[in-house]
Design a protein around this ligand. Sequence first.
Ligand code: KG4
Ligand code: ZN
Length: 399
Amino acid sequence: MRILSIETSCDETSIAVVDYEKDSNTYKVVSHNLNSQIDIHKQYGGVFPTQAKREHGLNILGLLEQTLTHIESDTSHTSSDSVFEKAFQYLQKERELKIMTEEIYASADSFLHKKPSVDYIAITGGPGLEPALWVGMSFAKFLSTLWNIPLININHMEGHISSVLLQKSIIDFPALSLLISGGHTELVEINKWGSYQILGKTRDDAIGEAYDKVARILGYEYPGGPQIAKMAQYIRENTNAENKYNIHLPRPMLHHSDLDFSFSGLKTAVLYLVRDLKEKYQTLDDDMKNYIAYEFEEAVADVIKAKLTKTIKNKKYSTLIVAGGVIANNFLKEIISIWAEKNNILFLKPTADLATDNAIMIALAAHVALIHDYAQVYKPDDEEFEKLNPSGDWSLNNI
Ligand code: KG4
Ligand code: ZN
């Protein structure tokens, strides 16, 4: 089974081809290309949706061509001009992409004339930034119609959960998943593939968002997560982490009875802390910033550990899957790993390159949905195909 997947939910345009080998129950990444827009969004301090949409539109054709370079094509297939016309209508909403696609299709030896040998096209249907999601969805519908390949609609968060399948292809359930990214902080119970129940989530900012906002307060560019991580690590490695400036930050929702999170108070506390330190010391130097980053990360880790501990009081889980961009963070990985060992739960996390958004995880989620018979498959001739739209707030509870 071979799947071509497309991801455009935020600021990464990514296309992959991933195989599943039934006999050995293994997944293999055949091809993957990714274009990150971080340099473009830096100037805005975060992802700017209309700009993200534009960039996806400009990059997606080139990424597809690169991804398909070494993929065999189905030489028996030819798409007539009438099929192209029909396919083309799905690009109506994407002006520049439509013009570029028309130009490429006009050349007889274009890659668009070679139907790749893939069984399905998987597309991220949400959650995410709607203008960005639309580019991927429109393009996927165009390709699906042009090549007559069925489409599978995939939830981006299910993609993040599936990102661990390259480490371990069989998951022991019940599993608990902690999803920590720039847009989400969710604790999810998984009793089997395709059955997700959100046990708790953030009431305001996501963890990654808090990292980004704190970095911004300290004067660093978007995305601030890696920078904060580096500063906190500096304190751990080069000092005995003594509290030089009497810095204390709150551990929000630590003693709440539910499993929800809240990080906007932590960010505000950093804002006041910076104001007070500047008043007291007449400056905010790198040493102080490093200590703030350190204390912020300690607070985040304490909250994560407390919520995980609270969760396992109610039910026993065999596996803990932590996914999303923030699990690229080595300190959090270590803290969670120690916690999991102590509590006798197998801890799975994606490799760093699969932690942040990518199309590989979308293909993995599509494979899983096919294997376990719950895939949302849309054939180009189906009535439902036309009606399929992305949804910016598609919850895991509604798979
Ligand atoms: O999953 P992702 O790529 O995009 C979303 O779906 O949101 O996550 C991006 C987030 C950003 O907030 C970024 O600052 C954070 O992940 N991040 C990190 C690290 N690397 C990326 N946060 C903390 N430590 C890191 N090393
Ligand atoms: Zn994501």
